[in-house]
Design a protein around this ligand. Sequence first.
Ligand code: HSE
Length: 426
Amino acid sequence: MKTVYVAIMGLGTVGGGTYKILTENHDKIASAYGIDVRVAKVLDKDLDKLKAAGISADVMTDKLDDILNDENISVVAELMGGVEPAKTFITKALKAGKSVVTANKELISKHWGELESVARENNVGLYFEASCVGGVPVIRTLKESLQGDNILMVMGIINGTTNYILTKMSDCGMSYDEALKEAQQLGFAEFNPTADVDGYDAMYKLSILSSLAFHTCIPYTEIYREGITKITKNDIASGKQMGYTLKLLAIGKREGNSVEVRVHPTFVRNSHPLASVSGSFNAVFLKGDFVDDVMLYGRGAGARPTGSAVVSDIVYCAGKNKHEHTDFVNNGKVAEGIEIKSDFSSKYYIALTVEDKAGVLAKITDVWGKNNVSINSISQRDVADGVAPIIIMTHFTSENAVQRSIAQLSKLDCVKKVDSIIRVID
Ligand code: HSE
């Protein structure tokens, strides 16, 4: 039996879950994988928290050096979150010859190449299954189960907070503010929800997942990002009437050397498997050139699911004699020859408030026509106070053509407001 000594840095939600799994399932892991995983150190700046969690005095510490100088420790799990001091701690651990497992999507998406170089130089591993979609084994699937395929698309609901909010808006008729408040009260959303509701969390994850899926560096700065803060009850209700559910989707597509990567609210046709992923659940939908469609579904956050992914990496890492690193140039830049396409193609839902007067529709459709945007349907809702809400659904068209049309429509006196622009998938 191989004995592996592990250090946990950060005993928050995920750290606590990881500790619990390593303790409760110690014997199962030992018998199934022949690895006796022992937690040698748990580091946290709050020693009282460690005491309260029942961590023994010889295991608890608030000093990084206690981990770095312990030669028995070969794997360090960084579960503190945020960029600093996590980056410094990980770098020091790698340089001390310890492999690192992390759940830190922001850090990996911003500094992956740099950390990986340190890991390579020191012949140690850097693993981050828990950084994307919590307990759903999407990174392992991309790296180890689909080697035969060219991945053409990775598309998913990869943020549970926004999915919870959108589900509440859809199922209970709540406003965005009401649903956010409930999510905060239940602990699904942070006190400062920006990272989730403005799409940053999904953007970091998409950068990691699309880089792995497409075997090329997709910097997070290249990802088009739009959050859910402007979504209204009216949008959700109009979508419902037309057979769509609103989701915050992360979408990556590769066609030859052209890649498109975007995070934005999307109307998903109710018959699509992603439409039924509700509440705080996550799902990732992959398309390979041979395997075709694969969908992974599960919990993307929380102590137990994310802890499960961390422990999976610890066991995986402990079983490796030689650590593998990415097969592409991972320098935080778009590779030469790869084009990140900003003018992607989609169907669109556009909501406008216009004057209720003869000739208005003609003026509006004229703008779309001149920009070569083909309309699939146009409907006028309840007229009140001389203004009419108009809903336009387009056929597939280019993002730039839609933005150009919107800019021109906004200048028309008869257009009082552009209420919403939402991309649509069937
Ligand atoms: N905040 C994330 C979410 C979980 O809401 O899905 C951690 O990545």
